[in-house]
Design a protein around this ligand. Structure first.
Ligand SMILES: Nc1ncnc2c1ncn2[C@@H]1O[C@H](COP(=O)(O)OP(=O)(O)OP(=O)(O)O)[C@@H](O)[C@H]1O
Length: 611
């Protein structure tokens, strides 16, 4: 057997660049972020060698058209010839992964994957780097091409330590090299950088990041610089905010500002925050850095302890992230608690705008619920009210468990001034159920629609006897819907009937509806399930003796008209209660409408004939 020959994998660099640009980076514009990160890391490395060293970065734009060139210069550590061979000539190799960093995942640098520089090939056909290491040696030039070839040469002149990267734009990327665009992009990525970033164009120099405000590193000071914090948020996040909550953590290695969104947000809206790693913008879409309930804020967060993924757009889901997320959540919660104690008007305003968020949080945290409960809004039979007002009424708080249940009873309940909360919306049922646990002097009780009938007035036996014939006709008309008729008096008088379902009949209706829409096999399974609850599954159609139409129906029973009128009132009550109708009920509705039109027209023709 011959010995196997050993070969080395070859990398198709242009193929890899395609993959990176299509799958890793969201847009070619990220090349500037990668260059700024490298400059920042180089300055950090130099500061480690020379504590107190003042770093800076300069970005110069020259030329026009296809000669448009960008130069990004830093006064960081630079590279020796050996460094170039080790780190620039080898994709995936990075000078930023020291032994310790590998062991504990901690590093003072942003880069770690050894691929960031390749993003420059999305906007340029060549990367030229001139560099001088602080360790000495000659100044070097490295030229890399997207086909994977590169050249290295020693320069005749000695540069001062640091690195310059030159890129000449491709025609498609010209936009990313325009001065206005570059200025905005530099601010976007580098607004918080702790060293000056200067843009030079047409002989004009401008520093794009002014001095970092003090509250950046110490968010607890932000409150005393309110106007400045708000205008900073507006410039960075493009929205006019009116309120914010500083976010601090115990370690002080992550912090930020949570700007309260000035508009209500959809529960499903993406909760993306802007995160700076070592003061450099890493992600504007970080979704996983705050708890889910924090959808009423947009945050600027800075951290030096989390690890970004290679795309930089997310952070690794690890224990550290979990810890930071929960600490930031606590800080937000504490900010709200402080408002509840000291600035109730501010909190009230916030809750009005973001009630859903507050309710989500209150469901999770009873202490918080107790603190803010007074301002939570609910829909009730007495209009939209805040919970504090409802509690002050001093009554047991009745609530329904679904919107449909509420619809069934709210006419009757509100006509009788009965206070019922519609707890059918998200979180409301849980909040009503746990309220007595949170506030011991408050009673709540879930109301079933059939319990509302208890507030009806009974009809005297003699009067009831008079309706015997009409009720018999009504019962037999409703028999096939497993419903019975009952006469009661209730308000409002213009409500002719009220339909209520017991728990069993509600299940039965749902099973039957599902059966109609399922395959034969499944519907027979559902059929056998429903057989078990048939006997108990009767619903009730309450006929309101105070209503003029019902009075007429009850007082003039008619073998032909009464059953049809009762059937129509029955389907009408189903519609009012938002029940899904089965086929049989829909047929009744259709036939009834046609019949009534027919009668109406006939009656009209007869009148005309009379005339
Ligand atoms: N401005 C610079 N100054 C000094 N060294 C640099 C500079 N830019 C790049 N390098 C060197 O080139 C290497 C490769 O850079 P590249 O941006 O591709 O990857 P990285 O920054 O190490 O990691 P990542 O892919 O996570 O950004 C770096 O590890 C660093 O050694």
């Amino acid at each position: 057997m011959s010995t196997p020959n050993e070969y080395r994998f070859q990398v198709n660099l242009s193929g890899m660049i395609q993959i990176l640009s299509n799958h890793l980076y969201s847009s070619p514009k990220v090349f500037l972020r990668e260059l700024m990160q490298n400059a920042t890391d180089a300055i950090t490395a130099r500061k480690e060698l020379e504590p107190g060293y003042q770093g800076e970065a300069r970005i110069e734009l020259t030329g026009t058209g296809d000669q448009l060139t960008m130069m990004v210069e830093d006064n960081g550590v630079g590279l020796t010839e050996a460094d170039i061979h080790e780190f620039l000539a080898m994709i995936g190799q990075s000078s930023k992964r020291g032994q310790q960093a590998l062991l504990d995942g901690e590093t003072s640098f942003i880069g770690r994957f050894g691929i960031g520089l390749l993003s420059c090939f999305m906007v340029s056909h060549e990367i030229v780097m001139l560099t001088q290491s602080v360790k000495g040696g000659p100044s070097m030039e490295w030229r890399g091409k997207p086909d994977g070839t590169y050249t290295i040469r020693q320069l005749d002149t000695q540069l001062s330590p640091g690195t310059r990267v030159y890129l000449r734009c491709t025609p498609e990327a010209a936009h990313y090299f325009e001065a206005e665009y570059v200025k905005e992009a530099l601010f976007y990525y580098g607004a918080l950088l702790p060293y000056p970033v200067t843009l030079i164009h047409d002989g004009v120099q401008s520093v794009v990041n002014n001095d970092s405000p003090i509250w950046l590193t110490r968010p607890e000071l932000a409150r005393s610089c309110r106007a400045e914090v708000l205008s900073f948020g507006e410039r960075l996040l493009g929205e006019k905010f009116q309120d914010f909550i500083p976010l601090t953590t115990a370690s002080g290695r992550t912090g930020g500002i949570a700007y309260v969104l000035p508009h209500a947000v959809n529960l499903n809206a993406k909760r993306s925050h802007r995160v700076y790693l070592k003061r450099m913008l890493i992600s504007e879409k970080a979704e996983n850095i705050l708890p889910d309930w924090a959808f009423f804020v947009k945050c600027l967060i800075w951290t030096d302890e989390l690890q970004p993924t290679a795309s930089r757009e997310h952070f690794y889901e690890n224990e550290k992230l979990e810890e930071v997320r929960s600490e930031l959540g606590d800080a937000l919660r504490m900010g709200l608690a402080e408002m509840a104690e000291q600035q109730t008007e501010r909190l009230q305003k916030l809750i009005r705008l973001h009630a859903l968020s507050m309710k989500a949080l209150a469901v999770q945290d009873q202490e918080f619920y107790a603190m803010i409960h007074r301002w939570l809004p609910f829909e009730t039979t007495r209009g939209h009210r805040e919970l504090g007002e409802l509690i002050d009424e001093g009554e047991t708080l009745y609530y329904t468990g679904s919107i449909d249940e509420y619809r069934q009873i709210h006419h009757v309940a509100s006509a009788q001034s009965m206070l019922v909360v519609n707890a059918g919306y998200i979180y409301d049922k849980e909040l009503m159920a746990t309220l007595p646990v949170v506030l011991h002097n408050v009673q709540t009780e879930r109301l079933q629609p059939d319990e509302v009938s208890m507030t009806f007035t009974d009809v005297a036996p003699a009067e009831r006897n008079r309706y015997y014939d009409a009720l018999r006709l009504a019962d037999s008309a409703l028999q096939r819907f497993r419903c019975r008729a009952e006469v009661k008096g209730f308000k409002p008088a213009d409500l002719p009937v009220l339909f209520t379902l017991s728990q069993e009949s509600s299940t039965l209706r749902a099973l039957e509806k599902a059966g109609e829409e399922s395959t034969d096999l499944f519907s027979s399974v559902l059929g056998s399930l429903s057989a078990g609850i048939h006997s108990a599954g009767y619903s009730t159609l309450y006929l309101n003796v105070n209503n003029p139409i019902i009075k007429r129906v009850l007082n003039t029973p008619d073998n032909q008209m009464t059953p049809i009128a009762i059937e129509m009132l029955y389907v009408n009550a189903l519609m009012m209660g938002h029940y899904a109708m089965n086929k049989q009920e829909l047929e009744v509705l259709n036939q009834g409408i046609v019949r009534f039109i027919d009668w109406g027209l006939r009656a009209n023709t007869n009148h005309e004939g009379d005339a």
